[in-house]
Design a protein around this ligand. Structure first.
Ligand SMILES: CSCCC(=O)C(=O)COP(=O)(O)O
Ligand SMILES: [Mg+2]
Length: 230
C-alpha cells in the first residue's frame, strides 16, 4: 500500500529545459557578482566558499579561483552541495524580481493536488537545494504548490544515486520502505531507491520508451492509474 510519494523535480515534475535553459544560465550569469558582492556580509556565502575551497583544493582567499570552480561546476552540472546552496540563494532573486516562474507540468500540478487531497504524504528529493525546491514550487506557473508537500530533501541527505540516501530518507520519515513510491526520470536513482526497498516509477516524458521491466509512466495521470490499481 503506497502512503508516501517522493518525487524528483528535473525531468519529473518539471522540464529539463527549464532547469538547463533558464535556471542554470541565470546562475552562470550572476554567480560571480553575487559571490564578490555578498561575501563580506553573508555568513552563508562564506560557508559555501569554505566548502568549495575544501573540495576543490583552491586557496580560500583566492575568490576569483573559487568563482572559476563554480563556473566549471555549473557547466558540468555537478551536484555539489555548496554550488546548489548558492544557486538556490541566487534563484530567489530571479523569482522575486519576476525574471522567471517555476515550470511544472500541468499534469504534475493537477495530480500533486489530487494526491494531497486523497491523503498521500508528498515529499521532494532533488539535487537542487531545499530553498530551490521551495522556490520552483512556490513561484510556479500554476501558483504556490508548496502546501501540498510535507517535506523536502536535498543532497545533504546524500547523493541521489546512492542507496544509503534513500535509507536515510526512510529513517527520517519513519515508514516502511515499501509504502514509499519514488518518481524519477533517471534510472540510476530508481535503482538506488529500490535497493532501499522503495517502489518506483520511471517518468519518461519524451522520446521512445526503452525495453524495460520497470514500471514506466509518461506523466502523472499514468502514475495515478498505477496508484489506483494498488
Ligand atoms: C530545484 S530546481 C533546480 C534543480 C537542480 O538544481 C538540479 O540540479 C536538478 O536536480 P534533480 O535532482 O531535480 O534532477
Ligand atoms: Mg530528474
Amino acid at each position: 500500500m503506497i502512503r508516501v510519494i517522493l518525487t524528483d523535480i528535473e525531468g519529473t515534475t518539471s522540464s529539463i529545459s527549464f532547469v538547463h535553459e533558464v535556471l542554470f544560465p541565470y546562475s552562470a550569469k550572476h554567480m560571480a557578482d553575487f559571490v564578490r558582492e555578498g561575501e563580506a556580509d553573508s555568513i552563508e556565502i562564506r560557508e559555501q566558499l569554505d566548502a568549495i575551497a575544501q573540495t576543490s583544493g583552491v586557496a580560500r582567499n583566492d575568490i576569483e579561483g573559487l568563482i572559476g570552480v563554480l563556473d566549471t561546476w555549473i557547466r558540468e552540472d555537478r551536484k555539489e552541495t555548496p554550488l546548489k546552496t548558492l544557486q538556490g540563494m541566487l534563484w530567489e532573486q530571479g523569482y522575486q524580481q519576476g525574471a522567471f516562474r517555476g515550470h511544472i507540468y500541468e499534469d504534475a500540478a493537477e495530480y500533486l493536488q489530487r494526491w494531497h487531497d486523497r491523503g498521500f504524504r508528498l515529499f521532494v528529493y532533488s539535487s537542487g537545494s531545499v530553498k530551490a525546491q521551495k522556490l520552483i514550487f512556490g513561484f510556479s506557473e500554476a501558483g504556490d504548490l508548496t502546501p501540498f508537500f510535507s517535506g523536502f530533501f536535498d543532497t545533504r541527505i546524500g547523493g541521489k544515486k546512492d542507496p544509503e540516501s534513500y535509507g536515510n530518507i526512510i529513517n527520517e520519515l519513519g515508514v516502511e520502505p515499501g509504502t514509499v513510491l519514488f518518481l524519477s526520470d533517471v534510472e540510476a536513482e530508481l535503482q538506488a531507491a529500490e535497493s532501499a526497498g522503495m517502489q518506483t516509477i520511471w517518468l519518461i516524458r519524451e522520446g521512445d520508451i526503452p525495453e524495460t521491466q520497470r514500471q514506466v509512466a509518461r506523466d502523472f495521470a499514468e502514475v495515478d492509474r498505477f496508484l489506483l490499481q494498488r
